[in-house]
Design a protein. Structure first.
Length: 156
């Protein structure tokens, strides 16, 4: 029974392994993008505070770059959520397949149980051609007769 489901189970296990790798990769990328965003925002704020002009074109450009970086970080977080949803979906499919296998095994065990089998006695008559005498043997067991009641007992 398990052999029938082995290819589907192996395929799902492979997909789950790849999905886990994707989740880890997306988490790492999101963490990296968030760090770059924090650095970019910090650089923009510090240059505006410590620079000569607050509203210079350089400071405005850095602020815009920081906002774009924040947008990319948000997209990375969404990618992580999507990858986790995909992984969860695959794990649910695997669990459903495992439940299907278990149900099929229970069904097969139920059908093959000795309690459910109906046995009918069949009488098969012996034929002369089916009977073969290989050896004729005489067996002797030594015995002793005990006098009070005249019983036989073992001689050994």
């Amino acid at each position: 029974m398990r052999a029938r489901y082995a290819t589907r189970l192996a395929s799902l296990d492979d997909k789950i392994a790849r999905a886990r790798q994707k989740v880890e990769r997306e988490k790492a990328e999101a963490k990296n993008q968030s760090m770059q965003t924090y650095v970019s925002i910090g650089t923009a704020v510090l240059s505006a505070i410590l620079g000569r002009k607050v509203a210079s074109s350089t400071n405005v450009g850095r602020a815009a770059t920081s906002m774009r970086s924040a947008s990319r970080a948000a997209r990375q977080q969404a990618d992580v959520a999507h990858a986790e949803e995909s992984l969860g979906s695959l794990e649910e499919k695997r669990q459903a397949l495992a439940d299907e296998i278990d149900a099929a095994l229970v069904e097969v065990r139920g059908e093959a149980s000795p309690e459910r089998m109906r046995l009918e006695p069949i009488e098969i008559p012996a034929r002369k051609t089916d009977i073969a005498v290989d050896e004729v043997v005489l067996a002797w067991v030594p015995a002793v007769v005990t006098p009070p009641r005249q019983r036989f007992g073992n001689a050994w």
